[in-house]
Write a protein that binds this ligand. Structure first.
Ligand code: Z5A
Length: 208
């Protein structure tokens, strides 16, 4: 019998360690014999990866907040149609580095107050939440240090100062309260392996 698919997303402020943890979880589950798709947003399908470049490269004011929201939603729709949906239907575990909660936060509250529009577009075009969302909660100053240490070409969003990082961290904690049925909050201010062990336990509980 095909096992049921499971959709796990990772969220957190810039530099929180979610990419590291998503990779470690994928390796662990593959080692345990699960069929895993490790993916990310924006991106995760050929079309959405093209949109990723439009979103993450270039000047900060390249798009209006509304246009940016449409681009994130278009990328997510393609990702869902071509990668996430088929993988879940085949019983695979999908691990996604960021999903719609990032839009609720960054576009809903970050650059402009667009949360009602974010929710409307999500309901119209996406209509799917992860089964489990792992929030890697991180001290904003440490997150900022880590993020600045590995700056690359994708820096359209990475001009956030310490105050904004703190606001975003609180925003994620508020989302965890709003969607408490699917969020687990894990303290990311610890050694990588200690965080990974807690992530594995949370996922094992869902898979069971
Ligand atoms: N965005 C948006 O606005 N709306 C949306 O809908 C979506 C995204 C989906 C790019 O996202 C931007 O897109 C993002 C939000 C916006 N901008 N911001 N901010 P991204 O996910 O591609 O990029 P990111 O948020 O900057 O994440 P990242 O670069 O992947 O960082 P991370 O995943 O949080 O951390 P990491 O890469 O795993 O770790 C960072 C460093 O810390 C690295 O050197 C690690 O080795 C180290 N690390 C990790 N864990 C630890 C521990 N526990 N101890 C010590 N060091 C550690």
């Amino acid at each position: 019998m095909t096992p049921m698919g499971l959709f796990v997303s990772f969220e957190g402020i810039d530099g929180s360690g979610k990419t590291t943890q998503a990779h470690m979880l994928a390796e662990h589950l593959e080692g345990a014999g699960r069929d895993v798709v490790l993916t990310r947003e924006p991106g995760g399908s050929p079309g959405a990866e093209e949109i990723r470049r439009l979103l993450l490269e270039g000047a900060g004011d390249r798009w209006s907040p509304e246009t940016e929201l449409l681009l994130f939603t278009a990328a997510r729709r393609d990702h869902l149609e071509r990668t996430i949906g088929p993988a879940l239907a085949a019983g695979r575990v999908v691990i996604c580095d960021r999903f719609a909660d990032s839009t609720r936060l960054y576009q809903g509250l970050g650059r402009a107050d667009l949360r009602p529009l974010v929710d409307q577009l999500h309901a119209l075009m996406i209509g799917r939440e992860p089964d489990l969302t792992v929030l890697i909660d991180m001290d904003p100053a440490t997150g900022l240090e880590r993020a600045l240490a590995r700056r690359g070409g994708e820096d359209r969003f990475e001009s956030f100062g310490a105050e904004m990082q703190a606001r975003l961290r609180q925003g994620f904690l508020d989302l965890a309260g709003e969607f408490s049925d699917r969020f687990v909050v894990i303290d990311g201010n610890r050694a990588v392996e200690a965080v990974a062990a807690e992530v594995r336990a949370a996922v094992a509980a869902r898979l069971a």
